[in-house]
Write a protein that binds this ligand. Sequence first.
Ligand SMILES: Nc1ncnc2c1ncn2[C@@H]1O[C@H](COP(=O)(O)OP(=O)(O)OP(=O)(O)O)[C@@H](O)[C@H]1O
Ligand SMILES: [Mg+2]
Length: 298
Amino acid sequence: MTASSTLPDYREMTPEVSARFERLVQRPVALEVRELTKRFETPKGAVTALDRVSFSVHKREFTCVIGPSGCGKSTLVRILAGLETPTSGEVRVYDHPVVGPGPDRGMVFQSYTLFPWLTVKENVMFGPKMSGTPDFAAEREARQWIEMVGLSKFENAYPHQLSGGMKQRVAIARALANQPRVLFMDEPFGALDAQTRCQMQEYLLEIWKNVDITIVFITHDLDEAVFLSDRILVLDANPGRVREMIPVPVPRPRASSQLFDPAFMATRKHVDELIHPPGTEKKEAPVLRMAAPDPDIL
Ligand SMILES: Nc1ncnc2c1ncn2[C@@H]1O[C@H](COP(=O)(O)OP(=O)(O)OP(=O)(O)O)[C@@H](O)[C@H]1O
Ligand SMILES: [Mg+2]
């Protein structure tokens, strides 16, 4: 018997986890996506990036969006943030229609987007200052957020003096300083090494615990999705459609030791099978042979 055949069904939950989900869905709806379609006109014809995508997210829920490359994850999050307009369909944040960018929504991207000519503190103060907060109050708020992400010692450093993980912590502080109600994160830890990435995941859960924020987090990484999420939205590619919204049966608070728990592994396996259906695992890479075949190098 293989280890995977002994895993429980990914839908099995302990009574505590199940009760938590029952409470979660009683909370107000923070984000509602209805029948969202996005078509791009390209010289090679129309591309349907998203096809009638619908889902909703509750207040302070942590949702990860996962799916094959090109399934429309970034397009979705850009529409939710108001940076892109849908071809049809609607997005509502706390029942207000999204018609463009707004301070109720924050965004953290994979690429480092800090202003390189501003210090950590100035980067975090930028948003509140733009929305009219006086300098002294913006500085006080910025310090608070910088402390929250553990970078007080670096408030006068410039982005180039920081590691990748530290830059993303500043990016999170900068997004939170605008006091959004929903935070969208598009593969924010995708460029970090594996160890820093795990630390950042634990860090983010700690921030989420302490701040009144609803998070929608895009990722490619199955472990990251299961570790962070209350529910995982799995998208299909070409066109991007909702495959399944999966409640994660892993109890909170989460810890990296849970990676090998049966509930964790069962959920991970299910998501993996949705994204990589059997028979599609191995594709020959189109690599030209530049060396003689060697039976010891396979
Ligand atoms: N501005 C654009 N013009 C034309 N096509 C676009 C545009 N933006 C995205 N697309 C197409 O829409 C589809 C979805 O792209 P998107 O970047 O949203 O995917 P993704 O799931 O984020 O991919 P990845 O996992 O690689 O980041 C792709 O086929 C892409 O080529
Ligand atoms: Mg993307």
